[in-house]
Design a protein around this ligand. Structure first.
Ligand SMILES: Cc1cn([C@H]2C[C@H](O)[C@@H](COP(=O)(O)OP(=O)(O)OP(=O)(O)O)O2)c(=O)[nH]c1=O
Length: 190
């Protein structure tokens, strides 16, 4: 069956390639990603992943549709997807010397079957960040469009002291759980 990746993230295409999966089509979902007041991080990640998959499934009803949503949370607080320097500095100061959680919701729509979802959490501890480090990272630019304002797969890893759980989950798609979802839906995958 055809597989559609409902995502604009090039990282998700690369992660899928690592498990031998090449989507037949990449079709990003256009949905409202704002965070309603009081919504918990895990509920938010699962809801958005589900909405992305369902939105694209209505356009491609005969295909498998895979979608995901990654959020960075400090306790119950969801950090924004960072797209300006002021926001970046606020996030870095918040993450400095603390633990946070990265959560990815994954959803797979299959024709005639109930939507399958998974929620994966990874814990990350960051070292205390100096103002020089925050200045440097602000000039780096790789944080644009990233949840919480850093890229573990890029320079951002130098600020990480400890990580517990799935690495690919942080970058945007947990590989083990995604493979399980695809297998459960009957997709031919090793
Ligand atoms: C924490 C972290 C996030 N990210 C990225 C993964 C996601 O692409 C992004 C979170 O935004 P998402 O909304 O999950 O994804 P997206 O907007 O890139 O793509 P789409 O909604 O179309 O699927 O942050 C990293 O690349 N590295 C990291 O270390």
């Amino acid at each position: 069956m055809r597989l559609i990746l409902a995502s604009a993230s090039p990282r998700r295409v690369d992660l899928l390639a690592r498990i031998g999966v090449v989507p037949d089509e990449v079709l990003p979902a256009d949905i409202d990603e704002s965070v309603p007041k009081g919504e918990l991080p895990r509920d938010h990640a699962l809801r958005l992943a589900s909405e992305k998959a369902e939105a694209v499934a209505t356009q491609r009803p005969d295909a498998l549709v895979l979608a995901a949503d990654t959020v960075v949370a400090v306790g119950r607080r969801i950090l924004p997807k960072v797209d300006d320097e002021a926001m970046l500095r606020t996030c870095m100061r918040l993450l400095s010397g603390r633990r946070h959680t990265v959560l990815t919701g994954v959803a797979l729509a299959a024709p005639g079957q109930p939507l399958r979802t998974r929620l994966v959490e990874t814990m990350i501890a960051m070292k205390p960040l100096s103002s020089e480090e925050i200045d440097y990272y602000a000039s780096h630019g790789e944080w644009r469009g990233k949840a919480g304002g850093y890229a573990l797969q890029g320079y951002g890893e130098v600020y990480v002291r400890h990580i517990a759980g799935s690495y690919s989950n942080v970058v945007g798609l947990p590989l083990a759980e995604t493979r399980n979802l695809l297998k459960a839906a009957g997709y031919a995958i090793a």
